[in-house]
Design a protein around this ligand. Structure first.
Ligand SMILES: [Zn+2]
Length: 639
């Protein structure tokens, strides 16, 4: 039995309140209390997926499983890596028929664990055939679209029913997939052979299979992102239209610089090859999901064609690539479950996602994918959030938000700043910025968080098969090794447990948060198509029709009676538009009259006045004269 220490966040407080921790062994047993074995499952499971039904969007699956007589339990994956929550799309599984030696066997679902199917296997049977379908969403109301007329996203976790009580790394699968005629497919999985439109993949553990999804499509191009690198890194692009695949050489150079800068940062790679599965699409459902040797990513159709107008507004590729080190190879112990049907615990998501958010943005800056001034403008938005739009920190600690993937499952929230959501991303980014500047200051510029990245994520070059797990104390020890202070544990706890604010890294880096009446180019690119934000002035964010998506808690609008979901129809008696409201806020700055708004609240029309005279306010960063500028070196390319 392995000795496993539980995660420690808030442990003292939980103990004082008599809150029971999950026992260290909780992850080693399933919902029925059965111990999960790490011994190899006997035999190889063959998985055949027919992914050619573009009309009905149905994936047809046959699974052939070696078995022994007796009760056999099969799980459909519930807890998905990277989602950190039980989001397996069980409702899309249909048509399950189990046969053995040509005879049909009945199955019974486990009533307390509905992701589990029981089959009584008769004597003399050594193999089951399980046929079923995955009915992929045909509209966004049903879930994320994974099949369109021009591309598909095959996620193996949605296709398997795996034997219970066995670790995912101990079950061997051999997968075959048939794709629509003439389509290209990309995945981190090794291809054993091709037979027309059917790809036979090399045998792999269930863990590697689930971690190696496929993008396939009609329009496809592959770009080499590491021509001089130690291991291949490929950008596999799939598009709705062939012309959306056109990338200019200078843009590809920035993508290559991302790979080179990551290698400089971590000093090692945890893959034998890395494949970006990248859709530029308005049809496939949006995704950014990390894997050890690949990631599933999507951006709009204009990713390449509209490049220059974007001002580096996306850090997606930098973020997901960082996860190969932070999250996949180095993984919090309480997220590294033996299979997908025991609960994952996210107590260290402020490292897994928080530091990835930090490096994703830093690497996007260092690679040139985002200009330096845009990097500062991006950071200003995060700083403003934690300086002025997280009243939720009055009642909820950053550490507690690591439970949000399970609590909220990314459903929209009416008062996000007050409720808080997955704040461990950007709150974590703030925390790591402050840690970085602290190391730079204390070491007189000799060391930085780059050294932590190399120490913590960059060991064991070339290793990738199994994650290397860690607990809170390991993070503290690595920080102490980089910059001994004796108080890194306290530093982290103070910020995670809301004893200390989260914006200390901004001023420490030689910059301060200010508001100006003009949005930056980055801000405009970022909010393009998302309506208008008056969140730091009136306290309102609206879509293009004037519908209010968010009211900042305790803001002028909030205190004037505005609620999320209302629609603004008129501004000072003129029909609503973002320009009209902007003009009204500007004019009110020099006057005494309130801003007069006609609002529709379901079928009730009302007028509400906001007595606000502070003008337009958009966040930006300004140098503190005479101070050392730590931020510019952080965001600049390493030689
Ligand atoms: Zn992430």
């Amino acid at each position: 039995m392995r000795v496993i220490q539980p995660a420690v966040l808030g442990l003292a407080l939980m103990a004082a309140m008599g809150v029971a921790q999950a026992t260290p062994d909780a992850q080693d047993t399933d919902a029925r209390g059965v111990k999960i074995s790490e011994a190899a499952y006997p035999g190889t499971i063959v998985l055949d997926v027919d992914a050619t039904d573009l009309n009905q969007r149905v994936f047809k699956v046959r699974q052939t499983v070696p078995v022994q007589a007796g009760l056999q339990r099969f799980h459909y994956p519930a807890w998905l890596p990277g989602n950190h929550s039980p989001t397996g799309a069980l409702d899309k599984l249909a048509g399950l028929v189990v046969t053995a030696n040509g005879q049909r066997l009945e199955w019974v679902r486990d009533p307390i664990d509905v992701y589990t199917f029981n089959v009584q296997v008769p004597e003399g049977v050594s193999e089951l055939k399980m046929d079923y379908q995955f009915l992929s969403p045909t509209s966004s109301a049903e879930g994320r679209a994974v099949m369109t007329p021009n591309m598909l996203n095959l996620q193996w976790n949605a296709m398997v029913l795996y034997p219970a009580a066995h670790a995912a790394h101990a079950i061997t699968y051999q997968a075959n997939a048939r794709y629509p005629q003439g389509w290209e497919a990309a995945s981190a999985l090794e291809v054993a052979s091709r037979d027309g439109d059917t790809v036979h993949y090399a045998p792999a553990s269930l863990e590697v299979l689930v971690d190696s999804p496929v993008f396939a499509g009609r329009y496809h191009r592959t770009f080499d992102l590491a021509p001089a690198g130690t291991r291949p890194v490929r950008l596999n692009v799939f598009a709705d239209r062939a012309k959306d695949l056109e990338a200019k050489p200078e843009h590809l150079e920035q993508h290559r610089a991302l790979v080179a800068q990551a290698r400089k940062l971590f000093g090692a790679e945890h893959y034998d090859h890395y494949d970006y599965l990248f859709a530029v699409t308005d049809q496939l459902g949006g995704i950014g999901l990390e894997h050890q040797r690949s990631s599933e990513d999507s951006e709009g159709r204009d990713y390449f064609s509209g490049w220059d107008a974007k001002v580096g507004s996306s850090d997606l590729l930098g973020h997901e690539y960082t996860h190969s080190w932070d999250g996949k190879y180095r993984r919090p112990r309480d997220l590294a479950t033996l299979h997908y049907n025991v609960p994952m615990q996210g107590s260290l998501l402020w490292v897994y996602e928080g530091q990835t958010q930090y490096w994703g943005n830093v690497l996007t800056g260092r690679s040139g994918l985002r200009p330096l001034d845009a990097s500062r403008d991006a950071l200003a938005l995060v700083a403003a959030t934690y300086a002025d739009n997280r009243p939720g920190l009055e009642w909820r600690a950053l550490a507690d938000t690591t439970n949000d993937p399970v609590i909220a499952r990314r459903r929209p929230k009416p008062y996000r700043g007050y409720q808080m959501s997955e704040d461990y991303y950007q709150g974590g980014q703030m925390l790591w910025l402050e840690a970085d500047v602290r190391i730079r200051k204390l070491s007189g510029g000799k060391r930085s968080l780059d050294d932590f990245a190399r120490t913590f994520f960059g060991q064991n070059d070339g290793q990738w098969e199994r994650p290397d797990t860690y607990i809170f104390e390991d993070v503290v020890a690595a920080l102490e090794k980089v910059q001994p202070t004796g108080d890194w544990s306290q530093f982290l706890h103070d910020r995670l447990d809301r004893k200390v604010g989260l914006t200390g890294g901004i001023e420490a880096s030689g910059w301060k948060l200010v508001y100006s009446d003009k949005p930056s180019a980055y801000y405009k690119a970022m909010s393009k198509g998302r309506g208008a934000s008056f969140i730091y002035s009136l306290g309102l964010a609206l879509d293009s029709t004037g519908r209010i998506g968010e009211v900042r808690w305790d803001s002028p609008a909030f205190n004037a009676g505005f609620g999320t979901g209302m629609q603004v129809l008129a501004v000072n008696d003129l029909q609503y538009s973002a320009d009209e409201l902007e003009e009204a806020v500007r004019a009110a700055k020099d006057g005494k009259q309130p801003i007069h708004l006609l609002v529709k609240d379901m079928d009730v029309y009302r007028t509400l006045d906001i007595d606000y005279h502070g003008g337009l306010r958009y966040p930006s960063l300004e140098r503190i004269p005479g101070s050392t500028d730590y931020l510019t070196p952080i965001l600049s390319a390493r030689k």
